[in-house]
Design a protein around this ligand. Structure first.
Ligand code: ADP
Ligand code: MG
Length: 371
């Protein structure tokens, strides 16, 4: 899959951008704060995913402007499709989202058409930082190959919020008026949670398989990487498909066992929102033992594996967005990443022209314009 052209006007500092992109390598280069990441962010938003910078919708529009429009054509191997988002300051809520000219009810409706994998400098901390980031990584990666999963996650998250609010109103001694509702919530949570656990476990199995091969390469055969799913609710996940029966029951009893702690803390302590993706290098937990360089290698390998799994399951390579990543990496890791994505379209931002670009296009960006 590749993007053929991009238009952006009024999105943050971007003005009159209208470029034909190269099928393989596209370098966006320019000094700091000129709009390189904004352009990457525009592509990402057009893939139907919330901003990786968590920009609020009202901040899409240039501070001194009243409307913005971003749009691109991409070729998915079968046909050329167009995705666009337009909005005006007066009515941010009425943004116009279109797929091939047909209006959609929201940007999330674009999801599943243009597939992108983004690498940002923060991602280099994936195996080091908070489990939140790893869960988000997992959930997005799974949604990219199984569209319906994102709705399940959204329902689960909403239910957790409702349950946490409810926990503050119940009473361990006499239950209180909302106790019955809590019982209803818990059944629903167990149903969704068991299903999510199963899908995440299966995804990590694939991820681990692909990642271990890549890690072998990046470490030149010196180290091996294994990935595991750490579940707070279900003891054994290998080979299980009984998410509608026994897994659900086990999950429910794990929630019930922690009800006392939950009521005390006003928070749900057990469930897929507390689970984690564990990486081990040569048998040692990466979070506890890995060096900075090893963390970077893990992050790169995880993201590359995400891209490979999309390519395999969707029969179509995703578009790779590398935002300020290459300058963060040593020559060896730079070379590794570039050679692994050779067959995919890539957008690279950087502050200098990269000399070794042979098959691609270079765009210089200054004050939000391509010059
Ligand atoms: N809503 C907005 N309106 C106008 N300019 C904005 C808006 N949001 C961010 N910017 C500007 O965008 C620039 C940063 O762009 P960015 O793409 O992050 O730069 P870089 O080229 O370093 O990646 C800054 O100058 C910032 O002030
Ligand atoms: Mg930037």
């Amino acid at each position: 899959m590749y993007i053929k052209n991009i238009k952006a006007d009024g999105f943050k500092n971007l003005k009159d951008i209208n470029i034909n992109t190269h099928e393989k390598i596209n370098v966006l280069y320019g000094e700091n704060a000129q709009g390189k990441t904004n352009l990457i962010e525009a592509i990402w938003l057009l893939s139907g995913v919330r901003s990786f910078r968590s920009t609020k919708e009202k901040d899409f529009i240039a501070i001194d402007g009243d409307r913005c429009e971003i749009s691109l054509d991409f070729d998915n191997g079968e046909r050329v499709q167009n995705v666009s988002i337009a909005m005006s300051k007066q009515s941010v809520r009425d943004k116009k989202v279109k797929l091939n000219g047909v209006e959609q009810s929201g940007a999330s409706k674009l999801f599943g058409n243009l597939n992108c994998v983004v690498f940002t400098p923060e991602d280099l901390e994936l195996s080091k930082g908070s489990p939140d980031n790893r869960r988000n990584f997992l959930d997005l990666s799974i949604s990219q190959v199984k569209l319906s999963y994102s709705k399940v996650i959204a329902r689960y998250d909403k239910l957790i919020q409702q349950r946490n609010a409810l926990l503050k109103t119940v009473n361990l001694n006499d239950g209180g008026p909302n106790w019955n509702l809590l019982v209803v919530y818990d059944k629903e949570l167990a149903k969704l949670g068991a299903y999510i656990s199963m899908l995440r476990y299966n995804y990590i199995k694939k991820l681990s398989y692909v990642s271990s091969k890549l890690f072998d390469k990046i470490s030149q055969g010196r180290e091996n990487l294994d990935l595991f799913y750490q579940s707070t609710a279900i003891r054994e996940l290998e080979g299980r498909t009984d998410y509608e029966t026994r897994m659900k029951e086990e999950y429910l009893s794990a929630i019930k066992n922690s009800i006392e702690a939950d009521v005390h803390s006003g928070f749900t302590n057990v469930g897929v929102h507390r689970d984690d993706l564990i990486a081990k290098i040569n048998g040692l937990s990466a979070r506890d033992y890995a060096s900075q360089g090893q963390h970077r290698s893990i992050a790169l390998v995880l993201k590359l594996s995400q891209a490979y799994i999309i390519a395999e399951e969707k029969g179509n390579t995703p578009v790779i967005l590398l935002d300020d990543i290459l300058s963060e990496l040593d020559k060896k890791r730079q070379g590794f990443v570039l050679s692994e994505i050779e067959k995919m379209q890539v957008f690279i931002t950087c502050c200098e022209k990269i000399p070794e670009i042979y098959d691609g296009r270079v765009f210089e960006i200054k004050d939000g314009r391509i010059i």
